[in-house]
Design a protein around this ligand. Sequence first.
Ligand code: PLP
Length: 366
Amino acid sequence: MAKFDATQMANPGVRELQPYQAGKPMDELQRELGLDNVVKLASNENPLGISARVKDALQAEVDDLIRYPDANGFYLKSKIADKFSVAANQVTLGNGSNDVLELLARTFVNEQHEVIFSQHAFVVYPLVTKAIGATPVAVPAKDYGHDLDAMLAAITPKTRMIFVANPNNPTGTFLSTEALYNFIKQVPDNVLVVLDEAYYEYIPSDERAPSIEWLAEFDNLVVTRTFSKAYGLAGLRAGFSVSSAAIADLMNRIRQPFNVNALSLKAAEVALDDDEYLAQAVRVNAEGMQQLVGFCEQHGYNYIPSYGNFLTIEVGANAAEIYQKLLHEGVIVRPVAGYELPNHLRVSIGLPKENQAFIEAMERIA
Ligand SMILES: *Cc1c(COP(=O)(O)O)cnc(C)c1O
């Protein structure tokens, strides 16, 4: 048989990659340990369950599934454009915002380029950078968050793109409007700033940056958002970016024609109008955050103050062991050693009883 040395033949950037580590699925743990009650606080999913309005819309859509989806996502783009006061041709839809992040990298970055992001920042940034053979530049964090001055200082003539996550995952750290604006203003015109706002809806409204309005001032800015978190549609995969029309046009040339499926298009459209669900999601998150912060303070655990729907807690050098013990208690959280946070665990905010299950499991383990 002819020998094909797959590892040698793969693109160098791909060869070095580690696959994305997702949160452990609930039914996998149920299967492995024969547990009945499993609580998953591992993937920053929305604990409210699917919105009733979205569910109705999805059911109504099922009969049309023999058709291809609208390749241009006309209705969803129009809705996003209206909501954020931009033109529909500035919107790019993705199969989750991860898809959009990858489209941006593939559109603008090549092997000659460097891509800057922060230490402890979302793992998809180095992943998409390495996949295309570009050079990742991870800038050391400050207090677990982005050190924007150091990121500016890391810009070289080879820099083509900078990823900024606000709030960041897995740290929950947050950049003020002023800090962010001053940063973007100082980035050279030929460097694209990708501002990933996956947790935007959880930011208190008086602290949110008017990032989409900044697009009028900065041609080199792209803002990404998702339906996976506060809108509760992680399983459907829908996200989007807003940018200049020119950037959107280029991304559209390499996008898979049907990258957002018919159910996702429909669900996202309905979700965007579901203010009640969103408000409830934000409220439940704020309460759950208090619950977990209260636990940390009561037991003397350090935690990274978070603007997201998760809390990253310093549990100590035996974090991997605590993670395993929590699994045996039926509680799935997220180890973050891969983010250079070997002493921390990231806990997504759940419903009060789910948070309580985590707290009680931690107390039993201790
Ligand atoms: C969850 C998350 C996303 C969104 O991912 P989707 O592909 O939209 O599900 C993007 N960026 C960050 C930082 C995230 O944590």
